[in-house]
Design a protein around this ligand. Structure first.
Ligand SMILES: [Zn+2]
Length: 104
């Protein structure tokens, strides 16, 4: 499950989820079909993918070390929020699995 899918499922539980509003052939080719998300999260994911596919740096550095900051500031704030939320959530879940594994 990707970060945005986890985030959307928890934070936007009430928003209607659907397939992406438009296809990004390069993405479907490399990562398969995108998960159902709410409209806002699709926008964010598409922006992230678009920027990544068109990154002018070669080799591409980790985005947080990149001098360019190609993300639009609004999306950059959102993607940071998504990473923080999902990172913590997935970590927590990982720990619960680990605990159960220890106990049983
Ligand atoms: Zn969402």
């Amino acid at each position: 499950m990707c970060f945005i899918e986890f985030y959307c499922r928890h934070r936007h539980a009430d928003a209607p989820k659907g397939p992406p509003p438009f296809e990004i052939p390069e993405l479907t080719a490399s990562a398969g079909p995108r998960p159902p998300l709410c409209a806002d999260c699709h926008k964010l994911l598409s922006h992230a993918v678009y920027k990544r596919l068109r990154c002018p740096m070669d080799p591409k550095p980790a985005c947080k070390h990149c001098p360019t900051h190609c993300y639009h500031p609004t999306y950059r704030r959102q993607i940071r929020e998504v990473m923080r939320y999902s990172g913590r959530g997935l970590l927590l879940r990982g720990r619960i699995d680990y605990l159960l594994h220890l106990l049983f």
